[in-house]
Design a protein around this ligand. Sequence first.
Ligand code: SAM
Length: 258
Amino acid sequence: MLATLYGRALDSERPESVLHDDAAKRAVERIDYDFGKTGMTTTTAVGVAIRARVLDDWTREFIARHPSCTVLHLACGLDTRAHRLERPETVRWVDVDMPDVVALRRRILPEPAGDYALVASSVTEDAWLDAVPADRPVVAVFEGLSMYLTREEGHGLVRRITGRFAGGELLFDVYGSWGIKLQKLVPAVRNAGATLHWGVDDPREVEALHPGLTTVDSWRSVDLPHREALPGAGRVQLKVVGAIPKLRDVGKLLRLRW
Ligand SMILES: C[S@@+](CC[C@H](N)C(=O)[O-])C[C@H]1O[C@@H](n2cnc3c(N)ncnc32)[C@H](O)[C@@H]1O
C-alpha cells in the first residue's frame, strides 16, 4: 500500500502525469518512511498510475450512468480515489480496509467531502456489507486486493456483493496463475514480505459466481491505454512481455456487470 501510494505520488510529479494525484504526493510528504525501500521505479510508478487511471475512468463512467449509486472502494489502503473522483452529492462512497490501515489513513488523509464512510474491517467479514443499504446500484472497485485473498475468500466476496445488490459492476485487477507463480519477481510484493494466493486466468470463473454476471472488459496489463506515458525502457519491457504467451497474461483488469 505504501509502494502504490508512492508510485502515484511519483507519477504526479511528472509533467506527463497519468493520474495527477496531488493528494498522494502530500500524503507521502506526511509519512516518515524510507520510500526507496518500496523498490518503485519510474516505470513501475507509471504502471501503478495507469492501472488506477483505468479503474478511475470506469468508476466515473458508472457514476455518470447512475448518479445516485453506492461506491464500495475495497482495500482502499492510502489510495485517494475518493478525493480524485468528483461526484454528485447523491453518491454514497464507502472506503474499506483493515483496522490498522484505516487508523493510519485517518492520520494521513483528510476526510473527503460528501456522503462518505471509512470502515475498518476485513472484506471477508459480513457485518460491513450488511451495514451498507442495498437501495442503489453499486460499483465495487478493488485494486491490489484479489490476489491477497484465497480463492474461497475471493469467490465469497463476489457472491456476497452480487447477491446483496440488484445490479452493478465489479472493477478489479487480477493476477493470472503465472503471476502468482512469479510473485517474488515483483519488487513491491517481495519487499513487503507479502504472499499472493488467488489467480484468475479466465473471467468466466468469476462470471459463474452469480446469475447474469458478465464480463464487459478484460484488459491485459500490457495492453492498457496511456502506455505512451511510460519511459522508453518501460515501453520496450511491455512489448517484450506482451510477445510471450504465458507472461502477457500475468495481470488483467476486469469489469464485470450484473
Ligand atoms: C497492495 S495494497 C493496495 C491498496 C490500494 N488499493 C492501492 O492501490 O494503493 C493491498 C491492500 O489490501 C488490503 N487488504 C488485504 N487483505 C484485505 C482484507 N481481507 N480486507 C480488507 N483489506 C485487505 C491491505 O490492507 C492493503 O491496504
